[in-house]
Design a protein around this ligand. Structure first.
Ligand SMILES: C[S@@+](CC[C@H](N)C(=O)[O-])C[C@H]1O[C@@H](n2cnc3c(N)ncnc32)[C@H](O)[C@@H]1O
Length: 387
């Protein structure tokens, strides 16, 4: 069910807020939903109860992104595309010195609430429901005094006098065939904003092609734990490095550190699996220099070291066995190590992992990571344990 302005009017009126509060207090589960809805329909219009149930479901889902989800308003798309609070706060920190900024394509306001904690924000969206939700969500975070909203096309927004602009264009529908750089407005339009305002940041898909990053801009890749969340492209006024990997929640940052080329040789006692933000930022060699590791192949992102490496930028595994890939030997190799189950980690080697796993028929007692990769361009298998 999509949310219209009428629904939003009803949900934000005292009766609607009462129904939403009742749902929050009732602890709705799939088993109890029907009974609770029937009870509410005795005292409230059916359409309001239906809208409230849908909104409640979105709020529950939104708890994964927002600490104040239970007081916020969402559409399904708006929630899906909204920046999670932790990521938005991290990004907004770089805007903190700008007194007045614009949030173009503000959606339901995930970034807006973080930006408005430090700056006055002019928020623009062409979707009236999202814009209204952005305002309501600013209220949920107590920052509405710093927010002005404008309904319209971002292309028509008046940017005069603004110190900085943030733009989070909508992903284009188009399923698997869509190109990662595709958005509305297009990335090229977003980048050209830097001709009109001093500093610009554009949220992009983490799959953004490198050639889509304009010269002089910084591409920051942000992961929360080992989950790659998004990229931000920072215009030259913001940029401090060509690329950056940021790991939340701690905020660890890796930037290029040019130096000697990294040695390439066969795996040693430890294997390092870089965080996806490091890989996407093209910083695998920089990480190798930082921790004194080497590459196992010039085009593969695994690194190796003789001693265990403690770094937030990679998972370190202890190598139990390392040999060229021969599928017919794998079962015996794993059996000899008493391995009963494997997590498969694959880089640079194709294959049907499920069929492989089934074919192994493992019976041992240990859990291990089976790494399928390439060493000096030869297919290779490593059996590893957590370090
Ligand atoms: C990715 S969402 C924004 C998410 C937001 N940063 C957040 O964290 O909640 C993109 C938004 O862009 C809006 N949009 C798309 N094209 C637009 C345009 N040309 N002008 C204004 N808004 C636009 C959509 O309505 C949608 O709300």
């Amino acid at each position: 069910m999509s949310v219209g302005l009428d629904d939003l009017d009803a949900l934000t009126a005292p009766e609607g807020r009462g129904v939403l509060d009742a749902l929050a207090g009732a602890g709705v589960t799939p088993a109890s939903e029907l009974r609770i809805a029937e009870g509410l329909r005795r005292d409230h219009p059916a359409s309001l109860v239906t809208a409230a149930l849908a909104q409640h479901e979105l709020r529950v889902r939104a708890r994964a992104k927002f600490t104040r989800a239970d007081r916020m308003f969402f559409t399904r798309d708006g929630l899906e595309q909204a920046t999670a609070e932790r990521v938005a706060r991290h990004r907004a920190a770089r805007f903190a010195d700008a007194a007045r900024v614009a949030d173009l394509c503000c959606g339901i306001g995930g970034d807006l609430v973080a930006l408005a904690a430090a700056s006055d924000v002019h928020a623009v969206d062409r979707d009236p429901v999202h814009l209204r939700m952005a305002r309501l969500n600013a209220e949920a975070y107590g920052v509405e005094h710093a927010v002005g909203t404008e309904r319209g096309d971002a292309r028509d927004a008046d940017l005069t006098g603004l110190a900085a602009v943030f733009v989070d264009p909508a992903r284009r529908a188009g399923g698997a065939r869509k190109r990662p750089g595709d958005s509305e407005p297009p990335l090229s339009w977003c980048a050209a904003l830097a001709d009109r305002v001093p500093a610009v940041a554009v949220k992009a898909s983490p799959a953004v092609p490198r050639e889509a990053v304009p010269p002089g801009w910084e591409a920051e890749f942000v992961a929360d734990g080992r989950e790659l969340k998004e990229a931000t492209l920072w215009s030259p006024a913001f940029a401090t490095a060509p690329s950056r990997a940021t790991l939340l929640p701690a905020g660890d940052v890796l930037v290029p550190a040019p130096g000697e080329s990294v040695e390439v040789r066969a795996p040693g006692a430890y294997l390092l699996d870089p965080n996806p933000a490091v890989t996407r930022a093209g910083l695998v060699a920089d990480l190798a220099r930082l921790v004194g590791a080497w590459q196992i192949d010039p085009s593969i992102a695994f690194l190796s070291a003789d001693a265990p490496v403690r770094t937030p930028f990679a998972r370190t595994l202890r190598v139990l066995d390392s040999a060229p890939w021969r599928q017919q030997d794998l079962r015996a190799r794993l059996h000899a190590l008493d391995v009963g189950s494997v997590d498969v980690r694959r880089r640079g080697l194709a294959g049907d992992v499920d069929a492989l796993r089934r074919g192994l028929r493992l019976t041992g007692s240990r859990r291990a990571t089976l790494v399928m990769t390439r060493v000096a361009d030869r297919p290779w298998a490593l059996v590893c344990a957590d370090a």
